[in-house]
Design a protein around this ligand. Structure first.
Ligand code: CTP
Length: 397
């Protein structure tokens, strides 16, 4: 699988087809590429243009298109899929798939695909309880297709019973699990800081550092994907923020400090990946400072709050604190010193040369002295390793 997982979403002719529109958005927000295949009956219920707009991809409709607007054949669609999800799956589609028919694009892709296949049935209760449908579903699950069972409730036809499309939360989570993604942080409120802070000394100038924000954003993205309720406080950086529960953009260390103080009590853990400027100009000029002949000027800097240290002193019992340590020399010894001085649970030490790169070589140190030296790896991979530790230490996993 590439770093951007590819979901092929089959939409069939059930009234619940409109719910798949929201599913497309949810999957894209999790970082997936979504390609939609619609059956002819699905097109009678909802226009392909809506799926096209939401997925950002052409919708595949026909097995043998006269013109090839989407440039995708059934075999390449099957190869494209890291997961094929049929949402909603009508009784008709289920019957055809169970019989191994390939009389339209979606049934053909379903036969050709090697990736995991998942289907979420939605239909009238009498159809759902019909022995023929029960037999077909049983056959498909026996063959390894994953079924997201429909729910009991009020149905589109006005009756009440089983057959209502499963909740999008469940369907989304099953799709992500089929991709091999874990949801072991489900519901965990997690505060993450990312990016650098910028400390102004006049309206057009500031002091800062070279942090790209990649590590913090990778953490926020991986934690959200694993189900955590992420509050992200981020300063400027070179990469966009992922979709999270709550995002608070800030500029200066003082603003980040305030936001952390306010948000921490609602969270089980703080991961402080932001590169906070330790000093800020003491005075900020209200207008642009003009050159003065050839003379030098002096900028007086004042200490910024040590955000994680203050958070550590005020934390509610049981709140987990994870810091980073950026070092040019004596990586492990200096990081250990910071862990003790700031009373942290974990510290991720990394050499300054990885500051703005794609990869990172880190050492994870815990408060009992346990030290794991990791090889260089992409930042998203390290994010998952750190979150494995967070999951264990918070009792989420
Ligand atoms: N940190 C913080 N507030 C600051 C400075 C740093 O919360 N004012 C946090 C960082 O986000 C990181 C940890 O403290 O999680 C260590 O940051 P680092 O810059 O490596 O160390 P400093 O404590 O600033 O010490 P020094 O600059 O002397 O190495």
């Amino acid at each position: 699988m590439t770093e951007t997982p590819s979901i092929v979403l089959g939409v069939t002719g059930s009234i619940a087809a409109y719910k798949s529109l929201e599913l497309v958005g949810r999957l894209r927000r999790k970082g997936c590429k979504v390609t939609v295949i619609m059956t002819a009956n699905a097109c009678k219920l909802i226009g392909p243009a809506s799926f096209e707009a939401l997925s950002g991809n052409p919708v595949a409709l026909e097995l043998f298109p006269d013109s090839k607007p989407q440039n995708i054949e059934h075999i390449s669609l099957a190869q494209l899929a890291d997961v094929l999800a049929i949402v909603p799956a009508s009784a008709n589609f289920i019957a055809k798939a169970a019989a191994g028919l390939a009389d339209d694009l979606l049934t053909t892709v379903a036969l050709a695909v090697k990736a995991p296949v998942l289907f979420a049935p939605a239909m009238n209760v009498d159809m759902w309880e019909n022995p023929v449908v029960r037999r077909n579903v049983k056959q498909m699950t026996a063959l390894g297709w994953k079924m997201v069972e429909p729910e009991t409730g009020r149905l589109a036809c006005g009756t009440t019973g089983s057959g209502r499309l499963a909740s999008l939360d469940r369907i989304e989570s099953e799709i992500l699990v089929s991709l091999g993604w874990r949801d072991d942080l489900k519901g965990l409120p997690l505060l993450i800081t990312a990016g650098r802070t910028e400390e102004p000394w006049d309206p057009v100038r500031y002091i800062s550092n070279r942090s790209s924000g990649r590590m913090g954003m990778a953490l926020a993205s991986a934690a959200a994907r694993r189900g955590a309720k992420v509050t992200l406080i981020s300063g400027p950086g070179d990469v966009p923020a992922p979709e999270v529960f709550k995002h608070i953009p800030v500029l200066t260390a003082a603003q980040m400090h305030q936001a952390v103080q306010r948000e921490l009590p609602r969270n089980k853990a703080l991961i402080m990946a932001a590169a906070v400027a330790d000093y800020a100009p003491k005075n900020i000029a209200s207008g642009k400072i003009k050159k003065k002949n050839d003379g030098d000027i002096t900028l007086t800097l004042k200490r910024n709050p040590d955000i994680i240290q203050l958070a550590s002193a005020k934390r509610k019992p049981g709140t987990l604190l994870v810091g980073f340590a950026l070092e040019t020399d004596n990586l492990v010894a200096n990081a250990r010193e910071k862990l003790i001085a700031k009373d942290l649970d974990l510290i991720v030490a990394n050499p300054a040369k990885t500051l703005s790169g794609e990869n990172i070589q880190a050492v994870i140190i815990d408060k009992r002295g346990g030290t794991i030296k990791l090889p260089a790896m992409p930042k998203p991979k390290l994010a998952d390793l750190i979150l494995d530790r967070v999951a264990k230490l918070t009792g989420a996993a």
